[in-house]
Write a protein that binds this ligand. Structure first.
Ligand code: PRP
Ligand code: URA
Length: 215
């Protein structure tokens, strides 16, 4: 796909990130290892996505002398996983910034139409003044992410970024058509969707693999 059309898209490029994504693609990677890897991948993506977060200066005393140093104010940062699979990314993000708030948006994709259906929403009150990081490992058709951003905007969010681990070109295009100004961080950009709207080569159903519910 022509990525230069979408300046908001950041496909991350680090050998360790690629390595960990290869491990979660493998159908024989067991659930505990899969979950741990998703956490580590989220940390790596979060490190990149949080680059523009504001710092404030505080005076402190080191064992040597007084100094003024930068700190990140976590209370104005909010991580919002799309349930279920986005939950797998929260631990990694929270490890980076334990004081960040966590909201939740519950969506599931209809198996036939592939349309998202909302079933849960709990978000912090100060969304309008927060940097919001929406989390979901998979961007397939883009329907779920587009719907979740709309929910965040309806609740007042003004500064939103979206982090996914694997994206399909179809989802990237749909997301960028809907929200050309929202930064989109991608661990790996895959080839295409199949006729069931699964990402190819992908990793299968992310929620099932994180929570061990694979049939
Ligand atoms: C998966 C995934 C995304 C969505 C992506 O969730 O975690 O939320 O599909 O597909 P889309 O881009 O075509 O909308 P799913 O609906 O399977 O729910 P689950 O996390 O509860 O398994
Ligand atoms: N949701 C998933 O979990 N995997 C896909 O490949 C597509 C949507």
């Amino acid at each position: 796909m022509e990525l230069s059309k979408y300046p908001n898209v950041h496909v991350l490029d680090h050998p360790l990130l690629k390595h960990k994504i290869s491990l979660i693609r493998d159908k024989d990677t067991p659930t505990p290892e899969f979950r741990q890897l998703v956490k580590e991948i989220a940390m790596m993506e979060g490190y990149e996505a949080l680059k523009s977060v504001k710092t404030t200066l505080r005076d402190i005393q080191t064992p040597i002398e007084k100094t003024t140093q930068p700190y990140v104010e976590g209370k104005n940062i909010c991580f919002v996983p799309i349930l279920r699979a986005g939950m797998g990314m929260v631990d990694g993000m929270s490890a980076l910034l334990p004081t960040a708030k966590v909201g939740h948006i519950g969506l599931y994709r209809d198996e036939v139409t592939h349309e998202p259906h909302a079933y849960y929403c709990k978000l912090p009150h100060n969304l309008d003044t927060s940097d919001v990081y929406l989390l979901d490992p998979m961007l397939a058709t883009g329907g779920s992410a587009i719907d979740a951003v709309k929910t965040l905007k309806d609740h007042g969010a003004k500064k939103i970024s979206f982090l996914c681990i694997i994206a399909a070109p179809e989802g990237v295009e749909a997301f960028c058509e809907a929200y050309p100004d929202i930064p989109l961080y991608i661990g790996a950009l895959d080839r295409q969707l199949n006729d069931k709207a699964y990402i190819c080569p992908g990793l299968g159903d992310a929620g099932d693999r994180i929570f061990g519910t694979v049939k």
